[in-house]
Design a protein around this ligand. Sequence first.
Ligand code: NAG
Ligand code: NAG
Ligand code: NAG
Ligand code: NAG
Ligand code: NAG
Ligand code: NAG
Length: 341
Amino acid sequence: MATTNISMFILPIVLLIWVSPAVVSDKCSPHEKKALLQIKQELGNPAMLSSWNASTDCCTWDTFRIECSNTKPYHVSQLDLHGLDLPGPTKIPPSIFNLVDLDELFLFEMPNLTGPIPPQISNLKKLTILYIFSTSVSGPIPESLAQIKTLFSINLSGNNLSGTLPPSLSSLPTISVIFLDSNQISGPIPESYGSFVSKNLVTLALSHNKLSGKIPASLKGLNVDLLDLSWNKLEGDGSVLFGAEKKTEDIRLAGNMFSFDIGKVEFGRNISRLNLKHNRIYGQLPQGLTKLQHLTRLNVSYNQLCGPIPQGGRLQGYFPIDASSFSHNKCLCDPPLPPCK
Ligand SMILES: *[C@@H]1O[C@H](CO)[C@@H](O)[C@H](O)[C@H]1NC(C)=O
Ligand SMILES: *[C@@H]1O[C@H](CO)[C@@H](O)[C@H](O)[C@H]1NC(C)=O
Ligand SMILES: *[C@@H]1O[C@H](CO)[C@@H](O)[C@H](O)[C@H]1NC(C)=O
Ligand SMILES: *[C@@H]1O[C@H](CO)[C@@H](O)[C@H](O)[C@H]1NC(C)=O
Ligand SMILES: *[C@@H]1O[C@H](CO)[C@@H](O)[C@H](O)[C@H]1NC(C)=O
Ligand SMILES: *[C@@H]1O[C@H](CO)[C@@H](O)[C@H](O)[C@H]1NC(C)=O
């Protein structure tokens, strides 16, 4: 009687363990496994994902592309599909947005990845790193990105994104790095980009787009290590981007229509790269340029500058700064250009 009772009690447990050994020991939760298998299917079952198999723990499938957290509660923390061969145009697999515990998402160097970045991206409420670059994704940058309060680094460079810059990105509390360069983004730079909530913003790269309009005066408040606005159609008073108080090391404004008196600009002392070529900047180069002890690159060619080049600091005889750094202006003179008359 007693024996029967015990076996009646144990048998179902033994059966349960035996029937689904994976479920008991899996780090991967059933909903994550389901989402990953759907992703595989949505990508057209690429050969590179042949190890993604329903009968095993997804945390063991492919440690190159799937990373799981080390501590409980276990979750899929990183999905990296970069360089995956897609046989033809493929949309961002919608089941990615069911992996709600992802910390890092990498979709880059996938030329056949097409279609928009769906607003459902904001389902990924814990995302810190979002890299979707060197793909063919198109359409606008979803406004909903600003709802992912954990974002630290965004790289959406080298896609076919269009529309305008979402003003709300400035509200991301811990954003540090923003690359949106080399797309088809148009319209103005939002005023809000002069007052990022994050104290840690170090990079803002918006180059090679179709941005236009006057630079907002509010950008006086933008203070980053790297600011790249080059090769757009921006106009107005770019002098607000400078200031003695700024920490900026690398500032690139080349290939726009900025128009301001460079003589009134105060340069931050940490500037090492200054690229202002191909604009409509006028006036006389300020003496402050000779005080820049870290200057390694300088190009102010193709503007409307005039008068003597200040002598000293790194403006003369500091390779690769040479005559070509100053050429094609209205009437600049003195070394490394010919002497003023
Ligand atoms: C999954 O793995 C099992 C055991 O390793 C194997 O028998 C099965 O064929 C695999 N299924 C697929 C779809 O690859
Ligand atoms: C992209 O898809 C095209 C077909 O549309 C195919 O010819 C090409 O090889 C694919 N490229 C890659 C990198 O998979
Ligand atoms: C961002 O993407 C570009 C490709 O367009 C790449 O060159 C660059 O290294 C990336 N930057 C980071 C920080 O990932
Ligand atoms: C990029 O989008 C434009 C329309 O906005 C389209 O004409 C062009 O073919 C697209 N290019 C690529 C590489 O997808
Ligand atoms: C210049 O760089 C130094 C060292 O990285 C840093 O401590 C300092 O705050 C920077 N200067 C300004 C004006 O931010
Ligand atoms: C400055 O830019 C001009 C125009 O693009 C280029 O020809 C020249 O080589 C550049 N010089 C330096 C030192 O960067």
